[in-house]
Design a protein around this ligand. Sequence first.
Ligand code: PLP
Length: 362
Amino acid sequence: MNTIYLDHAATTKPDKEVLETMRRVQETCWMNASAAYDGAFEAKKEINAARRAAASLLGTMPQEVYFTSCGTESNNWVFSAFRGKTVLLSAIEHSSVLNAARGQGCRVTLVSPNSQGVIEPDTIEKALTPDTALISVMWANNETGVIQPIKEISQIARSRGITFHTDAVQAFGHIPVDAGLCDYLSVSAHKLYGPKGVGLMYMKQGKGLSALLCGGGQEFGCRSGTENTASIAGFGTAIGLAQADLKDRALREKALTDEMIGLLTDAIPGSFVPGACADRLPGVFSIFLPAQTSEKMIAMLDLRGICVSGGAACAGNQKAHGSTYEAMGIDEKHVIRISVGRHTTWDEILYAARQIVELSDR
Ligand code: PLP
């Protein structure tokens, strides 16, 4: 039985070209990138090429890009600089934002989404106090796929001189992301067909944070640790591939998800898409199934070789806070998330939709 993978928001399979880059770099550029001989310089060149690729897709300067080990590290890095300060977060942030802010002892103010899963700029504005030091709102939500009004929120932050961070882990490589709108921005390679264990942080020039990891001074003295050259280079290849097919891929993924949404909502009474009226990522949607639990649906689909999820895939869905669906007033026990990718086929979509319809009231 072939697996039909419809959980690209959880992670993506590394692209063949990414794997080739990683293998080549492991074999030929394994020397320590900080060393002073020629071979080490080759490693440094690989890292710099990846930095340029990231900067190009983010619309920034390469020296504003810092490689980290994952999106979670990037998010933690931001909050480590706001210990004890008042931070304004949306209630639908990923756990690596919510738990990092709390873990760093920030004074957290949460802003709820509207019924479509959108964080309205007005609600942000009303929740600000003279003490608010940071606003953090994700670019796109990992459960509903809803894209947030980052430009407007950025303007609010800027007009008040408040630092603005966005977690762009789900958005980067899938829709245009302009890092210039914020001071800090987090990205993860494994969401765009890159390897796991590598991410990046964009830090606006002049807004450099003190190091989260202190040591040998890699990454412009801000993130020490011998560079993971092969993974960073693989990440660079993934970014180049994402940039090359961004528009076409988005159109294709939107067509696939629109088709599936139509098939499911037509056939399953009472079903609906959380955030249906909002701007969403082209490849991600969730669906409420009134007569079935997500737990049972995921297990039954798994038996038929179809992978979907019930929301964030972190640690078996064990969360210390409520889900985006809860924040939207939707019972998360009845919601599954479907996310297509570069290689999802029409046949897979049609087959999976048939199975979900068949299992929707068993
Ligand atoms: N932020 C969002 C919105 C995510 O979806 C994820 C992963 O699912 C993360 C952060 C964490 O990224 P990483 O897995 O690279 O730590």
